[in-house]
Design a protein around this ligand. Structure first.
Ligand SMILES: Cc1ncc(COP(=O)(O)O)c(C=O)c1O
Length: 358
């Protein structure tokens, strides 16, 4: 009998789409998903193991629905006088973004971003039936305060996304851009700071603006700086009323007790984990200067990755790197590729392959 559900009756907005995701290829040097290249230090992994071991006896019970202890630790980590009432946590910052759009976006509402930027912002807008306006960055991948403000005035979006440092370009925004947008926008302004810990000195976090703008939200993740991508912990800092609003859409017990406990142990070891960040920044800066020496164009980066080009056809270069055992990311910007900063050995492999292609 013919299966009547061969073509599932999915929403028009999703029909014909493919799921998001970078190729997960088995190659020696994987520099395509902006992960932290270092495993958790042994002392941190052991402390997490010990905590989880004790906790496993209690997993017949649901976790703390409000993740209060974790939120207190996250507030202490960010500082700036934030408390647990300002914080919210979920399974990765992607889930935070989804919850924000479920509350502040949705049918009949719109969000906007400045391309090229993190494609999940657009995809989550589609998934939550939020309309999307795409504005653009200039040729240096920057956004000026005047441009951003003017675009917000034109589109009047319910939600504005500003990524800083931006993925895939690495570009950080100066706080005057965030201030200009937050002053102009009647809706919610989300500053996605997934890569904040990798910023060069002098780049300030939008967290410092929270007391002045009650509809400003700063999203962060433990996936990158804390080498915790596999655990899935993202969080946000915002006005307590925004945090309360997000709780209207969170699933009950969304963040497992194991995840909450593991994240708390990692936060207790923040200073150890952040020394890895310094090592990654060194490799990032090495990539930038060596690629420039080789004659390539490189976007300024405050993140753990570098956008480089300019190629007649970036797909050929992507393949040539893969042939040499190095996987980078073709983010779909004509002429450009993105590489994550790896360990010194991984970075050596990438740079020597690029030397052959120069
Ligand atoms: C700009 C940006 N925001 C958010 C995320 C999501 O990270 P996660 O869901 O692992 O916290 C990423 C991941 O690459 C990102 O690049």
């Amino acid at each position: 009998m013919e299966n009547p559900f061969e073509e599932p009756p999915i929403r028009d907005a999703l029909r014909g789409r493919t799921p998001y995701g970078a190729p997960q290829l088995d190659v020696p040097v994987r520099l395509n998903t902006n992960e932290n290249p270092y495993p958790l230090p042994a002392a941190v992994a052991e402390a997490i193991e010990k905590t989880l071991h004790g906790l496993l006896r209690d997993v017949n019970r649901y976790p703390d629905r409000d993740a209060l202890a974790l939120r207190e630790d996250l507030a202490a980590y960010l500082g700036h006088g934030l408390t647990s009432a300002n914080m919210w946590a979920a399974n990765g910052s992607n889930e935070i973004i989804q919850q924000l759009l479920q509350v502040f976006g949705g049918p009949g509402r719109t969000a906007m971003g400045f391309a090229p930027s993190y494609s999940m912002h657009t995809l989550i807008a589609t998934a939550t039936a939020t309309g999307w306006y795409e504005s653009y960055r200039n040729a240096s991948f920057e956004v000026t305060a005047e441009h951003a403000k003017a675009q917000v005035r034109v589109y009047e979006p319910d939600v504005v996304f500003l990524a800083s440092p931006n993925n895939p370009t690495g570009t950080a925004l100066s706080l005057d851009v965030v201030e200009a947008v937050a002053s102009e926008c009647a809706g919610v302004v989300i500053v996605d700071e997934a890569y904040a810990e990798f910023a060069r000195s002098g780049t300030e976090s939008a967290v410092t603006l929270l007391p002045r703008f009650p509809r400003l939200v700063v999203t962060r993740t433990m996936s990158k700086a804390f080498a915790f991508a596999g655990v899935r912990v993202g969080y946000m800092a915002a006005h307590p009323r925004v945090v309360e609003a997000v709780q209207l859409v969170r699933l009950p017990y969304h963040l497992s007790s194991l995840t909450q406990a593991a994240a708390r142990v990692a936060l207790a070891h923040a200073s150890t984990l952040l020394t890895q960040v310094e090592a990654i920044k060194e490799q990032r800066d090495r990539i930038v200067s060596r690629l420039r020496e080789l004659g390539f164009k490189v976007a300024e980066s405050d993140a753990n990755f570098v956008l480089f080009g300019q190629f007649d056809d970036q797909t050929t270069v992507w393949q040539k790197l893969l042939d040499r055992g190095v996987l980078v990311r073709d983010v779909g910007i004509a002429g450009w590729l993105r590489v994550s900063a790896g360990t010194p050995d991984e970075t050596d492999a990438f740079l020597s392959a690029m030397g052959e292609l120069a």
